[in-house]
Design a protein around this ligand. Structure first.
Ligand code: DGP
Length: 120
């Protein structure tokens, strides 16, 4: 699979599509999900062109992985989610229902989140 430069998150990174930005550094951009599934629902994306978690974990440089993971923790902390709790999630591929082919982590919080996987 080849990275598609026209995916929605690539357009957000190029500022061709607006987003509600939460945080940015040299490695990541974080913004509110357009269709929030919890009171707080933030997406964290790497600035590098990685299709999915499999691609990112295999091909990203150690400093990109470190910068990304550090940023996820920092964003959760900035959102005051550490004490109340939060969930992070990455969908990879078809069975997980990945919609956007640019690797991203969801941060959910701000309320009780229910079971980890829906039984319905
Ligand atoms: P996933 O299923 O893991 O690929 O999640 C993709 C998420 O991206 C989904 O929760 C909705 C969100 N999303 C899709 N298009 C846009 C957009 O244009 N802006 C923002 N902020 N979020 C988007």
């Amino acid at each position: 699979m080849i990275y598609d430069d026209d995916n929605i998150f690539a357009k957000i990174l190029r500022e061709e599509i607006p987003c509600k930005k939460v945080y940015e550094n040299e490695y990541v951009l974080a913004f509110h999900d357009v269709n929030p599934q919890s009171k707080i629902h933030i997406l964290v994306i790497p600035k590098g062109k990685y299709i999915s978690f499999a691609d990112f974990s295999e091909n990203a440089l150690p400093e990109e992985i470190n910068g990304f993971m550090k940023a996820v923790g920092k964003i959760a902390k900035n959102q005051n989610l550490v004490e109340s709790g939060y969930r992070i999630l990455a969908n990879h591929g078809q069975n997980a229902g990945q919609e956007v082919a640019h690797f991203h982590i969801h941060i959910f919080g701000g309320e009780p989140l229910g079971p980890m996987i829906s039984k319905t």
